[in-house]
Design a protein around this ligand. Sequence first.
Ligand SMILES: C[S@@+](CC[C@H](N)C(=O)[O-])C[C@H]1O[C@@H](n2cnc3c(N)ncnc32)[C@H](O)[C@@H]1O
Length: 247
Amino acid sequence: MTDLHEAIRAWWDRDAETYDDARSHAISDPVEAAAWRRALGDALPEPPARVLDVGAGTGALSLLAAELGHRVTALDLSERMLALAARKAAERALELELVHGRAEEPPPGPFDAVMERHVLWTLPDPEGALRAWREVTAPGGRLVLFEGSWGGDGLLRRARSLAAEGLRGLLRVPDEHHAPYPEEVLPHLPLARRSSPEPMIEAVYRAGWRGVRLKRLRDVEWAQIRHSGPVLGWLEHHPRYAIVAER
Ligand SMILES: C[S@@+](CC[C@H](N)C(=O)[O-])C[C@H]1O[C@@H](n2cnc3c(N)ncnc32)[C@H](O)[C@@H]1O
């Protein structure tokens, strides 16, 4: 393919138009927001810390971290995503430093924590990015990955996805994204569609981080099932977790 990053950037620029329509993307449900505040409080250093949010998108987690008293730099490849983050920051009178650029080339920092939510899977070189994030982290700083396991090719997994798709149609609940992820891009993404946190944890260690800890985010899962309703919530339920590591 001609330019992988360009294809990825174009897809997310387009997705920015409807990204925040999904409650879990925008974290607009107050119960889910409360669960994320707790998850951030558990994973990040004491505020005020210098936090880099990589692939910050429309800023849902950046803004919650800023609200908790952190000094947040939001980095993203998509200018349209960042424009929405900027608008929301202004509406909430919160301060964010916005940086348009690639996850693999973060601003120099130093940061007390580098965090991301749902970004590693869409990087062509996740290990290289994890190494670059470590370089801009201050001694004693940490890595915080908010992730989930969406993948798997099992029959049950596929049946659940199809049933969820059918139910969304029936209930007229729009899909969470404007289009499926480009099929030609997926084979270039080593961590896409994984059903276990194991490859991610291995990549974190290979990138030089130490003392990796995993914590399941059951409160976030519960909040999401609560606002999706029991049937769609169950069909679309995936394990969510925080992976935290030390520099
Ligand atoms: C699933 S969204 C997650 C957004 C945000 N972290 C959140 O939790 O809502 C993935 C984000 O990663 C960004 N992204 C994808 N590839 C990137 C790259 N190489 N460098 C920086 N950002 C990237 C996209 O533009 C998009 O905003």
